[in-house]
Design a protein around this ligand. Structure first.
Ligand code: PEP
Ligand code: MG
Length: 584
């Protein structure tokens, strides 16, 4: 085996062997020793050759430009339907083999492959004489246009749609399915962008690193990479020029990709990271600084199976159960009993421990069919999260009934929190609904207005949980899905951290807990800064729990406070990171 894997460093083999299946047609213009920079997403250091996704079918080569005769149109339409079904079936098959968010994402993409709107648009064209390949491309282009104009919500759907287009066209043309190859050696996957469906299917033993030119740190692809524990850097400048076969050293902590590094130095870097990992693996919780200041380390989950996996880590409880992810592929609202059974699985996995259930954060990039979202020009600023109570108040009522029923059935009473709260009035209404059912109410702080009025919000609820992904998006007025704006949506932005500080101070003055459950809590260095700002719990993907807990255990509360004070005086995310590194 060539190259370095998490548990193996093998320099005795010829590391110049190229992974067989993909050769980029773009020659690398990058020289040895060059370092590409991006936004770090999942920590870890790996050295391996680059692989690239297979090239999508070249539509212009497959389409003669002719129309088809009337006698052929029915059979061409059937051929198209069969190809779309075959693609959906394969995605469903992969969904069945995956778990957690990966399975949800694959199932959602399979559903999109069978979505009547775009299938109908393609069929209409075929009935008018357009061959299936061109009809597929045109129908998808029509929806890509539409989604792009609609803005934020659709960024990931556009990637998914193009992915489905390429798969269907390959199927129609008898070509191998495009997308991510399965390497036969550990490799680092570099791509312009990856559909969540591709990321979800990755084998972390073979794809040991991930880098993309596009994609923000809180895109679903990044979230899945974190769940899989694959070191990942996104929004990497110059990555497109890196050819398959080039050996690189990826560092998911610093966000760098070193091109053709000295093999011995690369080996040393991997070994040092492994040693740090091994020291970290000895950490068993509970969360506290080296001098004993407690900060609960919790896990983010999206269903029972993820909660059971999180139970295998030192996580002390669940800090964020994203309930909307359970229902992404549902056409109809689940009954109270169905919901209670799903929530009960998570409560059972953490029996006797804290579990924070978030009510549906439907809308924006996570629309739910049964909510009936209005058509909006700007869904990220539209009816999402708690705001769906205005159009569907009973959905929230029934969800709270289901959570109360799950609490009764499992004997584990969760805390509940509402997403996207913007005013104390919304918090008050939500708290009353939760308390009527004997549930402990809290809210998420994701909107700058809520951070600014955190004290007044705490007059109504028992706890706050800061969603740094959206707080960064709304504070910086930068779409969290945008690669171009990834530097702005970086949770290290001093403006975002100032609002975190303000929220933490509100908690201290009211004597109520304030946690962080956004991706910021998954960054060990930033986690220490958050603790220094006065955050009382950190909730992150299960794969990040040990890293965060171990780092926190290696520093004192005073160091955390010094780092927090230092980052608040900086003027950029990069300076904030550097200031924290200096102290910690
Ligand atoms: C957040 O916004 O930080 C958060 C935790 O919620 P989500 O990522 O699900 O929007
Ligand atoms: Mg959010």
């Amino acid at each position: 085996m060539c190259c370095f894997t998490p548990d193996r460093v093998d320099l005795s083999m010829n590391c110049c062997n190229v992974v067989h299946m993909t050769v980029s047609s773009t020659p690398t213009s990058l020289g040895a020793g060059q370092v590409l920079r991006g936004v770090p997403v999942v920590p870890g250091v790996r050295y391996a050759p680059v692989i690239r996704p297979g090239r999508p079918p070249a539509i212009e080569e497959l389409d003669s430009g002719e129309q088809i005769g009337e006698e052929q149109r029915d059979s061409e339409a059937s051929r198209f339907t069969a190809a779309a079904s075959a693609v959906a079936d394969r995605l469903r098959g992969r969904a069945a083999l995956a778990t957690g968010a990966a399975s949800e994402v694959l199932a959602a993409t399979a559903m999109l492959a069978q979505d009547r709107a775009w299938l109908g648009a393609a069929e209409k064209r075929i009935k008018e004489g357009t061959p299936a390949v061109r009809a597929t491309a045109e129908a998808v282009a029509q929806f890509v246009d539409l989604f792009t104009k609609m803005g934020g919500l659709m960024a990931e759907r556009v990637t998914d749609l193009r992915d489905i287009r390429d798969r269907v066209i390959a199927e129609l043309s008898g070509l191998p399915e495009p997308g991510v190859p399965v390497p036969d050696h550990p490799a680092i996957l570099c791509a312009e962008d990856l559909a969540p469906a591709d990321t979800a299917g990755l084998d972390p033993a073979l794809v040991v690193g991930l880098a993309t030119t596009l994609g923000g740190p809180t895109s679903h692809t990044a979230i899945i990479a974190r769940q899989l524990g694959i070191p990942c850097v996104v929004a990497v400048h110059g990555l497109d020029e890196l050819a398959a076969g080039t050996h690189v050293l990826i560092d998911g902590t610093s966000g760098t990709i070193a091109v053709t590094p000295d093999p011995a130095e690369a080996a040393a870097a991997v070994e040092a990271a492994e040693a740090a990992n091994a020291a970290m693996a000895g950490w068993t919780g509970p969360g506290a600084t080296a001098d004993g200041h407690p900060v609960a380390i919790l896990a983010n989950v999206q269903d029972g199976s993820a909660a059971r996996a999180a139970r295998e880590t030192p996580a002390e409880g669940i800090g964020l159960f994203r309930t909307e992810l359970c229902f992404l592929n549902r056409d109809t609202e689940p009954t109270v009993e169905e919901q209670a059974a799903i929530y009960g699985e998570v409560l059972d996995a953490f029996a006797g421990h804290k579990v924070v259930i978030r009510t549906l954060d439907a809308g924006s990039d996570k629309p739910l069919k049964f909510v009936g979202h209005p058509d909006e020009a700007n869904p990220a600023l539209g009816v999402r999260g708690i705001r769906i109570e205005a159009i569907q108040p009973d959905i929230l009522e029934r969800q709270l009934d289901a959570i109360a029923l799950a609490a009764e059935q499992t004997g584990n009473a969760p805390w509940v929190m509402a997403p996207m709260i913007a005013t104390p009035e919304e918090a008050k209404r939500f708290a009353a609904r939760a308390r009527r059912r004997g549930l402990v109410p809290g809210v998420m702080i994701e909107v700058p207005a809520a951070a600014l009025l955190a004290e007044r919000i705490l007059d109504h609820v028992e706890f706050l949980s800061i969603g740094t992904n959206d707080l960064a998006q709304y504070t910086m007025a930068a779409d969290r899905m945008s690669a171009e704006l990834a530097t702005l949506t970086d949770p290290w932005q001093p403006g975002v951290l100032a609002l975190v500080a303000q929220t933490a101070r509100a908690g201290a003055s009211r004597g109520k807990p304030v946690g962080v459950c956004g991706e910021a809590a998954a960054d060990p260095l930033l986690a220490c800064v958050l603790a220094g700002l006065g955050i009382t719990s950190l909730s992150a993907a299960a794969a990040a729990v040990t890293g965060v807990g171990a780092k926190l255990a290696s520093v004192t509360l005073q160091q955390c406070r010094d780092a927090a004070a230092a980052v608040l005086t900086t003027a950029s995310a990069a300076d904030a990171r550097a200031a924290a590194l200096d102290v910690l």
